[in-house]
Design a protein around this ligand. Structure first.
Ligand code: ZN
Length: 247
């Protein structure tokens, strides 16, 4: 049977079964398949791949695997000195915007806290997540490998960490968010943009005593929630400082 040899680099090995990790994989195949399909059948979702090299030349996802091909697969930011490089997707431009699956609600709130436009609902279906990610050029963050194999998904990433604070540091590193952080510019609840507001405008709805302790108030343009620099704000600021330290 025809065989192709696959080698996956760096953290793409995360997706491989133990017997395949950091190994040259001899893969037998008896059907005509695109390199994208064959890579995904080995376990690695296309959204995580940055560069594919076949017999020394960079190729796109649609290349057909031939017998005896030597295939190297690289993740984002892998240092590969090769020219020309075929881009597998257009470069992401502008401020990163995200959409998160239903397992990542806390991470969504924290990304909003850091000022990133982040869509999240706990009832999005897989189809919707993929479609919105595609239509609105949002980076899909998920704990579901299958979602990142959907062809609609262009920009996506599997969140490795399970602890939410570590997740936030991981995403901050992966997408180089640090210089882009704008603390408390978005509502953690609804993703709306938050603006400063006169105390007199919001005084009536505040909990008893709050108006006498605090002077600076902000309000979410979308849901109308009012924020002030109380204990919650201090906890969030401390968390943010910690994330910046870790990332
Ligand atoms: Zn809001």
């Amino acid at each position: 049977m025809p065989t192709a040899t696959f080698r996956f680099y760096d953290d793409l090995n995360f997706f491989l079964p133990r017997r395949h990790k950091d190994q040259a994989i001899q893969h037998e195949f008896d059907w005509k398949a695109s390199i994208k399909d064959m890579i995904e059948s080995l376990g690695v979702p296309h959204a995580e791949i940055e560069l594919i090299v076949v017999n020394g030349a960079s190729v796109d996802f649609e290349a057909i695997v031939q017998p005896d091909d030597q295939i190297e697969v690289y993740p984002f930011a892998a240092p590969v000195d090769l020219h020309p490089k075929v881009a597998l997707r257009p470069p992401y431009t502008g401020r990163p915007a995200f959409i998160l699956d239903q397992h990542l609600g806390r991470l969504a709130a924290y990304l909003r806290m850091m000022g990133f436009d982040t869509r999240y609902r706990n009832d999005y279906h897989d189809e919707e997540l993929a479609q919105v990610s595609h239509d609105e050029t949002r980076i899909l963050l998920t704990r579901d490998i299958g979602l990142l194999k959907r062809s609609l998904v262009i920009y996506g990433y599997y969140v490795r960490e399970t602890h939410r604070q570590k997740q936030l540091a991981e995403i901050t590193r992966r997408f180089t968010l640090r210089p882009l952080i704008e603390p408390f510019r978005r509502c953690m609840k609804c993703n709306g943009v938050v603006h400063e507001v006169d105390k007199a405008e919001v005084e009536d709805g505040l909990p008893h005593g709050t108006a006498s302790y605090y002077q600076d108030f902000h309000r979410c343009d979308s849901c109308g929630r009012v924020f002030w620099k109380g204990a919650h704000h201090e906890r969030m600021q401390a968390l943010l400082d910690e994330i910046i330290r870790q990332s």
